[in-house]
Design a protein around this ligand. Sequence first.
Ligand SMILES: Nc1nc2c(ncn2[C@@H]2O[C@H](COP(=O)(O)OP(=O)(O)OP(=O)(O)O)[C@@H](O)[C@H]2O)c(=O)[nH]1
Ligand SMILES: [Mg+2]
Ligand SMILES: [Zn+2]
Length: 353
Amino acid sequence: MMKLSDMCFDQWFQSRVSDLGKEGRDIARVLAVDRGSYLVRNETREVQSELAGKFYFQVKSSVDLPCVGDWVTVQYHSNDTAAIIHEVFPRKTFLRRKSAGEKVDFQMIAANIDVAFIVQSCHFDFNVRRMDRYLVMAADGGVQPIVVLTKTDLITPEELEQKLAAIGSSAIKARVLALSNITGIGFDEFQRVLVSGRTYCLLGSSGVGKTTLLNRLIGQDAFDTKAVSGTGEGKHTTARRQLIVLNQGSMLIDTPGMRALDLLGVSEGVNQGFEDIVQLSLNCRYANCGHKQEPGCAVRAAVTSGVLTEDRYSSYMKLKKESEYHELSYIDKRKKDRAFGRFIKSAKKQMKD
Ligand SMILES: Nc1nc2c(ncn2[C@@H]2O[C@H](COP(=O)(O)OP(=O)(O)OP(=O)(O)O)[C@@H](O)[C@H]2O)c(=O)[nH]1
Ligand SMILES: [Mg+2]
Ligand SMILES: [Zn+2]
């Protein structure tokens, strides 16, 4: 049998049990969320559970629904093979990203994370600006960040030195670890970071080796990993976020790779279909670069060097201009709201039935 403390239920949460006014109700942690079904775990078992009806009436935004890493109170039924979630504990920390649209809206990635590993591959993926985006995300939710550079086996020691120097000369103050999942160099140091009673989360682009690292930690190929093509675009091997109990007494959430778009909170609208340009724009000197005459514009530079065709560049700029981006994203936002509204409506209907 496992104790709740083995799943990182600490004093902070313990002191909030009475706030919930539900002493005696079972406490469990959300391990995974799958289309309205929540896999939760307590001291003895993992069961699929559903939300109590009141969620559908009280919740104002999807942010208030349980997410991976949340602590919840549950009521078991059907001989303890299923459960209903009643309350979500306050979140000690969280990782969230901005959704597309003008009005500020967020999507939860995970809750109650002590440390976020911001994973980048030394090979194709390395990008200090993007690293910075993740660091902002971690800081936003009170999560301690640690940068992990993977695939050091694919570059020379000199190249690794250069990358570490690039981080060192930036504003980034987070601890940086470098390792190879192939040779194992740097893995021990990574493993030493893991402390019992703490929850960790792997963040980063698809194909950087997050799941490979997890498999190495648990000492078996329990989770799928896959080779990626040059760009890695559109190949997410890990399909859903999942909280895993490590035998060190710590827990770890593996996440599907995030696209540059997801990170910027502009996953819809004019940027749709122009992921390559969005990716390039992360290297522009100014975050609000319009990709016209600005100094240090990486998009213009890519056109000049032939990496990006003039045609593709101009169709992007044309669409950007024509679509009146803000209006478009407003429509996208409305679409989302309607989808959430439908979810509430159908749930209410189900309850009446
Ligand atoms: N050379 C080298 N290859 C690695 C290393 N780590 C992982 N890989 C390979 O990189 C590929 C992608 O690894 P995954 O672990 O699936 O990547 P991921 O970050 O989980 O990707 P998503 O689940 O799509 O987000 C696999 O073929 C791994 O074998 C490393 O340190 N060096
Ligand atoms: Mg993966
Ligand atoms: Zn630019």
